[in-house]
Design a protein around this ligand. Structure first.
Ligand code: PLP
Length: 396
């Protein structure tokens, strides 16, 4: 995938819109428009039917029912709704919340706010050096004082895939709710039974070849009256999330979900993993030592390669690569912040190692040719940085 002359290797920041998704959205910007909440006429009924179809396709992706899908503006809002919504409604004596140490900032920041404002205790579940949840430690942290555990299905920086069914079975004896931020999961794995294991699931349109500006929270049906809305208004979506549903975005997210749930998707994931491995293989032919941060490939997002360039600075490398290659030094949402990645730190990397790391991420429109070009560009950038750093021979 090229963006003008720039090779795109940042699919975990955002995926390009799939043309089939664009086609599904297109009529809803003009002739098939309508307010899905207008109940008095056919234009509204048709719009409502289209948003329901979108919700049903999102539900099918994760094995849920249509009425268990609450559309939001993205995964950030879905995560906030899950955490704040449950906590603000609860009158129970359960006052502890557990979140993994490598959650996206929007979960960590929401959890911190719960601690400050709602007087809950938030504890971080550690991960091992591959980024996997330490199930033994998690088990020891559980008891009847825990309301909710929030653990992401797939990490956005190192691509580690967590064992959500195993985590769910640890929680079940205590009646603890499980929320999973699955924003990165639709491109990484088959999710057809995720709703069987998790009670709340967050999704994002623009991480699965759908539009930006939409996401969803799966909320198990019997939790609908146990959640306090964040946004109050006309009572749409059962009063859980008021506001007029954005019809084209709902249709687009549904189309994107159905592509990720298709049989073709698993073949696609294998092909993307092959390209990712080819890319890393090319990098290893250079003179600079490279290491992969995170888990072995069977537990990693197929498009993710979080690469450490030993002895180098990631910002310098990416700077030299501009404007020819797009990749990132960490979560896009935080890369403006000059602090080492909390994810890499949680895996035990030093500040120096974390500052030497770049996340490359590939996807549906990546090609073999681009992968080779991208690796060549990186090797050239490393060579030019190294030669600039070498002391110049004294001029005669
Ligand atoms: C794991 C994860 N959760 C949440 C988000 C936020 O998603 P959105 O942009 O839809 O708010 C992201 C985006 O980077 C993410 O990767």
């Amino acid at each position: 995938m090229r963006k003008e002359t720039c090779l795109y290797a940042d699919y975990q920041a955002t995926t390009p819109l799939d043309p089939r998704v664009l086609a599904a959205m297109e009529p809803h910007w003009h002739e098939a428009f309508g307010n899905p909440h207008s109940t008095d006429h056919v234009v509204g009924w048709q719009a409502e039917k289209a948003t329901r179809k979108g919700a049903s396709l999102v539900a099918a992706l994760i094995g849920a029912d249509t009425d268990e899908i609450i559309f939001t503006s993205g995964a950030t809002e879905a995560n906030n709704l899950a955490l704040f919504g449950l906590v603000r409604h609860t009158s129970s004596k359960r006052r502890r919340i557990l979140v993994s140490a490598i959650e996206h900032k929007c979960v960590l920041a929401a959890a911190r706010a719960l601690e400050d404002r709602e007087k809950f205790t938030v504890e971080h579940v550690p991960v091992d050096s591959e980024g996997r949840i330490d199930l033994g430690t998690l088990k020891e942290m559980l008891d009847n004082t825990v309301l909710l555990v929030s653990i992401m299905a797939v990490n956005n920086e190192v691509g580690v895939i967590q064992d959500i069914p195993a985590i769910a079975s640890l929680l079940a004896p205590y009646g603890i709710l499980l929320h999973t931020d699955a924003a990165q999961a639709p491109c990484a794995m088959d999710l057809h039974d995720l709703a069987y294991h998790a009670d709340l699931i967050s999704l994002s349109g623009h991480k699965m070849y759908g539009p930006q500006g939409i996401g969803a929270l799966y909320l198990r049906r019997d939790l609908h009256d146990r959640i306090e809305p964040l946004i109050h208004g006309g009572g749409q979506q059962g009063g859980i999330r008021s506001g007029t549903l954005p019809l084209p975005l709902c249709a687009g997210m549904g189309a994107a979900a159905s592509l990720c749930a298709s049989e073709q998707a698993s073949i696609e994931r294998q092909e993307i993993a092959r390209l990712r491995d080819t890319f890393v293989g090319h990098l290893r032919t250079g003179e600079i030592e490279v290491a992969l941060n995170g888990p072995p490939n069977e537990h990693r997002h197929p498009g993710n390669a979080n690469v450490r360039f030993v002895g180098h600075n990631a910002q310098d490398i990416l700077g030299v690569l501009q404007p020819r290659l797009a990749a990132s030094t960490g979560a896009a949402c935080t890369s403006g912040t000059p602090e080492p990645s909390h994810v890499l730190r949680a895996l035990g990397l030093s500040t120096e190692e974390s500052e030497a790391s770049i996340r490359f991420s590939f996807g549906r429109f990546s090609t073999e040719h681009e992968i080779e070009q991208a690796a060549t560009l990186v090797l050239e950038a490393l060579a030019s940085i190294s030669s600039a750093a070498r002391p110049q021979a004294a001029l005669a």
